[in-house]
Design a protein around this ligand. Structure first.
Ligand SMILES: [Zn+2]
Length: 154
């Protein structure tokens, strides 16, 4: 399972979340070829402000792995992890986090973000998690717009 494939799963999960009235954030976790979790944001549905896609995915992935540590796991998040999620990813000891949209993108789309990039959390905290922000070539990638989301090519 490579980052591109994992990101496709996360994006598909975003679509599912949007259909359920949730915010447009998804996250997938894989260990080798095994997908441990694919989750979307559940904040509105659960009235749990911590139910970000990454937190939900870590909870499911740790349950699937029967371990609190996910050494060697890679994570694909449709948006750059917020400070809470980046901290949890560090504590779970995942190997790498790939993300599409940045915190700045989410902020400009109207989401209430803390403007602390994941790179700063990693650097200031001395984390060994590798971070990669890159443009994924996935067609039909959800595109954020101010105050709402729009699906492109679907
Ligand atoms: Zn978060």
């Amino acid at each position: 399972m490579d980052a591109e494939q994992l990101m496709r799963l996360a994006i598909d999960k975003v679509r599912e979340g949007l259909a359920a009235g949730q915010s447009p954030f998804g996250c997938a976790v894989a260990l080798g070829d095994r997908v441990l979790a694919v989750e979307h944001n559940l904040v509105r549905l659960t009235t749990d402000i911590t139910a970000h896609a990454e937190i939900n995915a870590l909870r499911s992935a740790c349950r699937a792995a029967r371990d609190i540590h996910l050494e060697g796991a890679i994570v694909a998040a449709t948006c750059e992890p917020c400070p809470m999620c980046m901290s949890a990813l560090h504590w779970a000891r995942v190997d790498a986090v790939y993300f599409g949209a940045t915190i700045a993108d989410a902020t400009s789309a109207g989401f209430n973000e803390l403007s602390i990039p994941a790179a700063d959390i990693i650097r200031l905290g001395g984390s060994t998690v590798k971070r990669s922000a890159r443009r994924f070539s996935t067609s039909g990638r959800p595109e954020m717009r101010r105050g709402h989301t729009r699906q492109r090519n679907c």
